[in-house]
Design a protein around this ligand. Structure first.
Ligand SMILES: [Zn+2]
Length: 117
């Protein structure tokens, strides 16, 4: 198990970073693609010697999520609100509440609050 620095970007702006353990020497970074506008609006980037990007389809915060989206809240990256064991779905560890940096969690709460009437 090796620790990696992971940086979180929204629209090319660095929002925060975390340290995340990975059993893989070449962990998988993630980018978020909006099917409506074609923007790559988010990146979760492992600072490793080698990494490749998994592209997930997810609505940006300006568009409506569809049934094809990875996450149903537009603009959201968080995959799980609850801490989980490291061995579960390792590719998405950076998208859990356990590892997201505080600035990203704040953004997630703001997105949720926007949904309230
Ligand atoms: Zn969009």
């Amino acid at each position: 198990m090796k620790d990696f620095t992971v940086q979180y970007f929204i629209n090319n702006a660095l929002i925060g970073q975390s340290t995340i353990p990975s059993p893989f020497p070449y962990p998988e970074s993630i980018c978020f693609f909006c099917r409506d506008c074609g923007d790559i609006w988010g990146r979760v980037w492992f600072l490793a010697d080698q990494t490749y990007f998994r592209v997930v389809t997810a609505a940006c915060d300006r568009h409506k999520a569809g049934p094809w989206d990875f996450i149903s809240l537009p603009g959201s990256m968080i995959e799980d609100l609850f801490p989980r064991a490291l061995e579960e779905r390792a590719a998405f560890w950076p998208l859990t509440v356990t590892y997201m940096p505080p600035a990203m969690l704040k953004r997630e709460v703001q997105l949720l609050l926007r949904k309230l009437p």
